[in-house]
Design a protein around this ligand. Structure first.
Ligand code: PMP
Length: 361
C-alpha cells in the first residue's frame, strides 16, 4: 500500500547510504568504516555484562558515558549530548536550532544528510559552492549571519579547514549556530572541541563510527555550551529518551580507555592513506589533499563510472556521487588495510590499462 505519506513529505528524497553487501566476498572501501575491530576492552564490555542487562532500559541520560567523554575532552557532563550515531545528533541539532526564519547554509559538496535533514524539517538552506580545488572557502562563511554546518575534514573531499578559520567563522556569526561535524577529525589530528569553551555558538559533533571502529554500535555526540546542549537534550527527550542502548553506552566508555589501541591504528590508517595516495598519483590520478580516512580521486582519462563498475567487478566497493555533477567523475575510497589498498591499486591499474587501450581503438 502506498500513497499515504503526508503531503509535506511527498517530495523528500532520502539519503542513500553506501552499499552494505549481504553476500559475496567484497573488499569494502565504500562507507569509511575501519578495517580493524573495536579494541579488546570494548568487546569484553559488550560480552561481559552489557548483554545480560538488556532486560533493563538504559540510563536515559547516559551519565556514565557523558562523564567519561567530558573528561576526555576537558569539558563537563552538561557540555555533552549523546546520539544514536552522529546522524541522530545532527537531526536533533537541525530540529532544535534551524527553522524557517533562520535557515542554514553548508557547502554544495559535503555530507548529503545535511540537505536531507533540512528538507525533512522544512528548513530553508543554501548550498555554497566549494572552490575550484573542491576546498571550502572559509571567507564564504565569515560574517554571513546565518546558521552554518561544516564537516571538518569535509566529506567526500577530506579537505580540512584550519582552527583559525573555524574560529573566525564562529566569531563573526555570534547570533547564529556554527556546527562543526568532526566525523573524521581524529585522522586530521586536530579538533575544534577546545574552541567550544570560548565560543558559545559553536557545536562540535563527533562519532564513534570512524575512528573508534564502532559504526555498527551507533554512537555519536555533540559538545558545546551547556545552554545549547540543554536545548539538544530537550529535543532528544521529546523524541527518543532512550536513544542510546545500554550495550553501546558501555562500549563507548570502554573505547575511551583504549587510547593506545586506537592511536596506533589511526597512525597506521594515516600512513596507509598517504602511501595509497602516492600509488594512485603514480597511476595518473588527481587527488584532493585528504586528511580523513578516505581518499578522493579522479582519473583524467577514465570516467568515474567506468572505474567504479570495474572495481565492483573486481570485488572492490568504493563510493561515487552523481551530484553535484562536478564530482561525478570522482571516487571516494575508504582507507583499508595495506593488503586491501594493494588490491585496489592493482585493480585500478588493470582497469585504466583496458579503458585507455579501448579508447585508442
Ligand atoms: N558526518 C559525516 C561527515 C559522515 O560522513 C558521516 C558518515 N556517513 C556521519 C556524519 C554519520 O556518521 P554516524 O551516524 O555513523 O555517526
Amino acid at each position: 500500500m502506498s500513497g499515504f505519506l503526508s503531503r509535506r513529505h511527498s517530495r523528500l528524497s532520502p539519503y542513500v547510504p553506501g552499499e552494505q553487501p549481504r553476500g559475496g566476498d567484497f573488499i569494502k572501501l565504500n562507507t569509511n568504516e575501519a578495517p580493524y575491530p573495536p579494541a579488546p576492552a570494548v568487546l569484553s564490555a559488550l560480552t561481559s555484562g552489557a548483554a545480560s542487562r538488556l532486560n533493563l532500559y538504559p540510563d536515559p541520560s547516559g551519565t556514565a558515558l557523558r562523564s567519561k567523554l567530558a573528561e576526555y575532552h576537558g569539558a563537563g557532563v552538561q557540555n555533552i549530548a549523546l546520539g544514536n550515531g552522529s546522524d541522530e545528533t545532527l537531526a536533533f541539532i537541525f530540529l532544535a536550532f534551524f527553522d524557517g526564519e533562520r535557515g542554514v547554509m553548508f557547502p554544495d559538496v559535503t555530507y548529503g544528510l545535511y540537505r536531507v535533514l533540512a528538507a525533512l524539517y522544512n528548513i530553508p538552506y543554501s548550498e555554497i559552492p566549494v572552490g575550484e580545488s573542491l576546498a571550502v572557502r572559509p571567507e564564504d562563511y565569515v560574517g554571513v549571519r546565518k546558521n552554518i554546518v561544516l564537516a571538518n575534514p569535509n566529506a567526500p573531499t577530506g579537505i580540512a579547514l584550519s582552527m583559525d578559520d573555524i574560529e573566525r567563522i564562529a566569531d563573526s556569526n555570534p547570533e547564529y549556530i556554527v556546527v562543526i561535524d568532526e566525523a573524521y577529525a581524529d585522522f586530521a589530528r586536530r579538533s575544534a572541541v577546545p574552541l567550544t569553551r570560548k565560543h558559545d555558538n559553536l557545536l562540535v559533533v563527533r562519532t564513534y563510527s570512524k575512528s573508534r571502529f564502532l559504526a555498527g554500535a551507533r554512537l555519536g555526540y555533540a559538545v558545546g555550551h551547556e545552554a545549547l546542549i540543554g536545548d539538544i537534550e530537550t529535543i532528544r527527550c521529546s523524541y527518543n529518551p532512550y536513544n542510546v542502548n545500554s550495550a553501546t553506552l558501555e562500549a563507548g566508555a570502554a573505547a575511551l580507555e583504549s587510547g593506545e589501541y586506537y592511536g596506533e591504528r589511526w597512525e597506521r590508517i594515516i600512513s596507509v592513506r598517504d602511501a595509497s595516495a602516492r600509488a594512485l598519483r603514480g597511476l595518473g590520478f588527481e587527488l584532493t589533499d585528504s586528511e580523513a580516512n578516505f581518499l578522493f580521486a579522479r582519473h583524467p582519462e577514465v570516467p568515474g563510472k567506468a572505474l567504479f563498475d570495474g572495481l565492483r567487478e573486481a570485488g572492490i566497493l568504493v563510493r561515487r556521487f552523481d551530484s553535484p555533477e562536478r564530482i561525478a567523475g570522482w571516487l571516494r575510497i575508504t582507507v583499508g588495510t595495506d593488503a586491501q589498498m594493494d588490491a585496489l591499486v592493482r585493480a585500478l591499474a588493470a582497469i585504466i590499462d583496458t579503458e585507455v587501450k579501448n579508447a585508442k581503438k
